[in-house]
Design a protein around this ligand. Structure first.
Ligand SMILES: Cc1cc2nc3c(=O)[nH]c(=O)nc-3n(C[C@H](O)[C@H](O)[C@H](O)COP(=O)(O)OP(=O)(O)OC[C@H]3O[C@@H](n4cnc5c(N)ncnc54)[C@H](O)[C@@H]3O)c2cc1C
Length: 537
């Protein structure tokens, strides 16, 4: 299928982009120009790019390609090939071909997971980015059907521009915070969450989806149809099939007022209760990250968002940080964390009272090249990246947990660049549920040096944080790394061996594989059926 595209000219803009995407990926490039960008380039430049690339493409396409995740860049993986399907049928055909050839398949969307979930060494890799269309929109019910490679910005732009006339205006309920160019397929596969104060993880927003299974059949999966797969594939990291499209439940769009206050961790529970009484819908607590400061993790910016009448104007001149401002804050977060907190909190307090659309306020600034900026701006820069971990603790124990983990952070000299706390409601549906109860979520974004010692330290630091959360009856998120010890995996996810057995039941030939899966398969080898086929390349 990929070779077809390499020898024939693309039929439509999306195909052109996908075509260029496969070529650029083959050359190791990570960012695709948008079609708009291409169209605004001079025609000769496009033709030159096409012809030069096409010449090389035939030679290079069959070569293995090395891919990596965007944020941590710690998952460099060489896959056998990369395909950019554009329809469910193409996706199914890739799986049928992989079956015929005895190949295993891995799949990625935005490539933001950091535990090797989206790549498998020597797999036939599928990038979902060319499957990014809105397929239908039921304005009566508020359900939108999208291809699973679509990212949040395109989906939200569609909703913004296709809801004229009367009737309710629909919006997404939640998306991940911290980055926007994440795919819907990736969000379902991680069972992601946003900043909702009264929301469950993403599974709550899913009406149904189309799953291409290991036989290359497209199945409708919902709570009523193939319900086992509904529970397994959401939060199943691509191990039960390829999500081709998603029917996403929307919510009526509203307007919200941001309320910001500097709060001590001692008062956090009461303050959040107050905000609940004010009907706050979203929010978080961004804590001070300077381990040397006496109020490290004890003080933070509590910001919540509460509904206001829909005719409340949104002034043009509302404050927002520019890309430069964000970059400077990022630099300060590396070089002078207390100053970063002072500046950020001073600014954020001035935004209290600003009005936002309920969906738009969830968008965030993210610079995928953040480390290039640091390299150029930071004195004494050493090669590294940021890596996140997220743990969950019972809400009423947040103060005690923070005190304990702050001691750990000081003792082990954690380099925390950014940290936040949020809330999640219990997920009573997905098989591998991480929100096992109504939890407080505590997020640590740590700087990891790219040396063997630096990576070993990050592994230890993350294990220390997980141990601390587990000691409070908590849990942790599987998305960000695969560094948890076996006892930690089992404490947080006692059902993990069952999850692997279910994987083998639905996909006995292990068509869908990733390095993340192979890691856990090896970890739990003794409880898996000995007939499990060895992982094919
Ligand atoms: C800066 C940053 C901020 C983040 N913030 C949040 C947050 O606020 N909340 C949160 O919950 N998470 C957050 N995440 C994690 C993020 O939600 C997950 O990593 C999510 O899976 C990323 O989506 P993606 O499109 O990048 O998926 P990828 O990283 O490409 O893939 C992730 C998983 O999904 C699978 N997958 C992708 N597409 C498909 C498909 N079509 N069918 C089947 N499987 C598929 C992959 O195989 C892999 O297992 C954040 C990550 C970063 C780096």
């Amino acid at each position: 299928m990929r070779f077809e595209r390499l020898t024939s000219l693309p039929r439509k803009p999306r195909r052109l982009r996908a075509f260029l995407g496969s070529l650029l990926t083959a050359f190791g490039a990570v960012t695709l120009p948008s079609f708009k960008q291409l169209a605004s380039s001079r025609p000769w430049a496009i033709l030159a790019a096409l012809s030069t690339s096409a010449c090389h493409a035939v030679k290079t396409a069959a070569r293995a390609v090395t891919l990596n995740d965007v944020h941590s860049r710690l998952n460099s993986t060489t896959v056998a090939s990369v395909a950019y399907p554009e329809s469910t049928e193409e996706l199914a055909e890739i799986i049928r071909a992989a079956k015929r050839e005895g190949k295993s398949v891995s799949v990625s969307g935005g490539r933001h997971a950091m535990g090797g979930q989206q790549f498998g060494a020597d797999t036939a890799h599928i990038r979902m980015t060319a499957m990014n269309d809105v397929l239908s929109f039921d304005r009566e019910k508020g359900i939108i059907r999208v291809e699973a490679g679509i990212g949040w910005p395109k989906l939200m732009e569609y909703l913004k521009t296709h809801q004229e006339g009367s009737g309710p205006v629909w919006a997404i309920a939640q998306k991940q915070s911290g980055a926007d160019e994440l795919s819907l397929g990736g969000a379902l596969s991680a069972n992601a969450h946003g900043r909702g104060l009264r929301l469950k993880p993403m599974i709550q927003d899913v009406e149904s989806f189309t799953l291409v299974n290991a036989e290359g059949e497209a199945l409708t999966v919902s709570r009523a149809e193939n319900p086992e797969l509904f529970r397994l594939a959401i939060g199943g990291y691509g191990m039960f099939g390829l999500i081709a499209s998603v029917d996403l439940r929307l919510v009526p769009q509203g307007k919200l007022k941001r309320v910001v206050e500097l709060v001590s961790i001692d008062d956090l529970v009461d303050k959040v209760r107050e905000r609940f009484d004010m009907n706050a819908q979203y929010g978080d607590f961004q804590y001070k990250t300077d381990t040397a400061a006496a109020d490290f993790m004890r003080v933070g910016i509590l910001s919540t968002y509460q509904p206001v009448p829909i005719d409340t104007p949104i002034p043009e001149a509302q404050k927002r940080l520019s890309a430069d401002n964000w970059n400077q804050l990022l630099l300060l977060a590396h070089t002078n964390k207390s100053e970063a907190f002072e500046r950020y909190s001073r600014y954020y307090l001035t935004t209290s009272g600003q009005i936002y659309w309920s969906d738009a306020h969830q968008m965030s600034y993210y610079n995928p090249a953040y480390d290039d900026y640091l390299r150029s701006a930071m004195p004494g820069y050493t090669d590294g990246s940021l890596m996140i971990t997220e743990v969950y603790v019972p809400r009423l124990q947040i103060r005690e947990f923070s005190a304990a983990v702050a001691e750990d952070a000081r003792a082990h000299n954690f380099d925390i660049i950014y940290g936040t706390m949020r809330l999640i409601e219990r997920d009573d549906e997905s098989f591998l549920a991480w929100a096992k109860q109504d939890y407080a979520c505590v997020i640590f974004n740590l700087r990891v040096r790219h040396t063997p010692e630096g990576i070993a330290k990050a592994q230890e630091d993350f294990r220390t944080i997980i141990d601390r959360a587990l000691s409070f009856g908590g849990s942790y998120y599987l998305t960000y790394h695969r560094w948890a010890r076996k006892d930690q995996v089992l404490a947080a996810y006692p059902q993990f061996p069952e999850f692997l057995k279910e994987k083998l039941r639905f996909d006995p030939q292990e068509r869908f594989q990733s390095d993340w899966y192979r890691h856990y398969k090896a970890m739990f080898a003794e409880v898996l059926p000995s007939s499990a086929t060895p992982a094919p390349g």
